[in-house]
Write a protein that binds this ligand. Structure first.
Ligand SMILES: Nc1ncnc2c1ncn2[C@@H]1O[C@H](COP(=O)(O)OP(=O)(O)O[C@H]2O[C@H](CO)[C@@H](O)[C@H](O)[C@H]2O)[C@@H](O)[C@H]1O
Length: 476
């Protein structure tokens, strides 16, 4: 199987979130199974600075709106997978990927419409005729449309798969503000007023669509969970499926994690205690193993549940607990978190940073991992937590529901704590349940940690399901 994997970020090269984790791990898993995969992504300034690529193939020109877009192709590598990066400085030689701090670039639609078609031109330039063009999220959602209108015959036997990692980001922009697309009069019939919704186009034009967990795929088919795309998903329901992401255990395993002060196993958890003290030191909290430590790492956005986390923090601080949050994002959320940290320096630390090293320290050093998302297509950090014996406290949505078993629901199989209602009371009650378990049932706590560490969500298993999806797209 030849797969062109089109994506906007890749772990080890540039990353803002979980999309990058998948964009590295899935192509590697498919390659390990003997398939020929190459990744196409934009050549951002950060890439040029930190992982400069070699020029490869001839310089390219893409004509749109009677304007020539001249670009080059840079070759990089992630694991055993070749990466081809589209180098068009006018659009990608910028400090951020999608935004400068918190303000999205006003021409993002133009940038990624161009990238969506440019990726196909890269395949032609490399003479890489794919069986599958695998697109990811709104940045690449127009690629299936561009394949459908390509009249060179190059993609006649190719089929497209569109994976939804986060359906809330849809790339909705005023069509008249996207010069690159102006000649595409076909798109006029797809507009909502003057607005073009990239994700809607991906849903309409891709041969197969999948969400990153079975439960999220179901939610997309419901009026409440569809991010206002209910009719689109319903119309394609026979082509929509859910495939649970994997966990990259080569990166996230306490047995051999180079980022933590001491490695550990389910049989010998003494290293975890050292990691806890190390995290307490890093967070400048009292170094005390008897206090339950709750950790959280995420982008600071509404999606992650801050709408009901923030209002209950003061109440939580009344308990004998420590909380560490590592994250960057919404300035209002970070402002509030800084305030709570100032008022409760011995209980709460807010580390405003994007740091892979610190994320690993937190996963290893915490007793509990907090992930009470409003919605969560799959979620990766709860899987990392399970691997580290850090019991997840999650809301029962999306992939969180598919991966964490609640203690009250099934004590014999439990791996964490699950609550339902997206409000502060339900969240606080769930955390209280976890704290009580820590204090009152230390032996059961260790048994549950051990069980969590046995959970396995391998990328090989996910890759097998993607292969089945690819075969389905090819009509086999
Ligand atoms: N401050 C920080 N420092 C260091 N690392 C940080 C960090 N903030 C976030 N990260 C890292 O970014 C990744 C976040 O992945 P998630 O899957 O949990 O969420 P995200 O919403 O970005 O992904 C979206 O895409 C993925 C992939 O499909 C889905 O699992 C998910 O549900 C969907 O929302 C993790 O690897 C995490 O460690």
């Amino acid at each position: 199987m030849k797969v062109l994997f089109v994506v906007s970020e890749v772990e080890d090269l540039v990353k803002t979130g979980g999309l990058a984790d998948v964009a590295k791990a899935l192509p590697i898993a498919l390659t390990d199974m003997g398939h020929e995969v190459c990744i196409v992504m934009p050549y951002y300034k950060l890439l040029a600075e930190q992982h400069p690529g070699e020029d490869c193939a001839e310089p390219q020109t893409l004509f749109a709106s009677r304007k020539p877009y001249d670009f080059t192709i840079k070759r990089l590598q992630v694991g055993n997978v070749p990466v081809y990066a589209l180098d068009y400085p006018a659009y990608f030689d910028r400090d951020g990927l999608y935004s400068d701090s918190y303000h999205a670039y006003p021409d993002n639609a133009e940038r990624f419409a161009f990238f969506a078609q440019g990726a196909l031109q890269i395949a032609k330039a490399l003479d890489f005729q794919p069986d599958i063009v695998h697109c990811n999220d709104w940045h690449t959602a127009l690629t299936p449309y561009f394949m459908s209108i390509d009249d060179t015959g190059f993609f006649d036997r190719s089929r497209s798969v569109f994976t939804i990692h986060n359906g809330a980001y849809q790339g909705t922009h005023r069509f008249s503000d996207i010069p690159f697309l102006q000649p595409h009069y076909l798109l006029h019939s797809q507009l909502d007023g003057d607005a073009l919704n990239f994700v809607r186009m991906g849903i309409r034009y891709a041969h197969k669509i999948n969400a990153v967990s079975p439960n999220y795929a179901q939610e997309l088919l419901s009026p409440l969970g569809s991010h206002h795309l209910y009719h689109e998903f319903q119309q394609r329901r026979s082509d929509l499926s859910g495939i649970l992401n994997g966990c990259d255990y080569t990166q996230w395993d306490p047995i051999n994690d180079p980022h933590i002060i001491q490695t550990y196993t389910a049989d010998d958890m003494s290293g975890k205690a050292k990691c806890k003290v190390d995290l307490q030191k890093e967070a400048q909290l009292p170094e005390d193993l008897s206090i339950p430590l709750v950790g959280m790492v995420c982008r600071l956005t509404e999606q992650k549940g801050f709408g009901y986390i923030l209002p209950m923090l003061e109440q939580l601080m009344q308990h004998n607990v420590q909380l560490v949050i590592i994250g960057t994002g919404d300035p209002q959320i970070s402002h509030t978190l800084r305030g709570v940290a100032e008022r409760h320096p011995d209980k709460f630390a807010f580390i405003e940073a994007f740091s892979v090293q610190k994320a690993h320290m937190l996963e290893a050093g915490s007793d509990f991992f907090l992930m009470p998302s409003l919605f969560e297509p799959c979620g990766l950090n709860q899987m990392y937590s399970l691997a580290f014996g850090t019991l997840p406290i999650v809301r029962g949505v999306g992939g969180l529901k598919d991966t964490v078993i609640d203690l009250a629901d099934d004590p014999q199989q439990a791996t964490g704590f699950v609550f339902e209602h997206p409000d502060s009371e339900a969240l606080l009650a769930c955390i209280q349940r976890a704290l009580l378990f820590f204090h009152e049932y230390p032996e059961q706590f260790i048994i549950t940690q051990n069980r969590a560490m046995q959970s396995r969500f391998t990328w090989q298993h996910a890759a097998e399901q993607y292969l089945a999806l690819y075969h389905g797209a090819l009509g086999g």
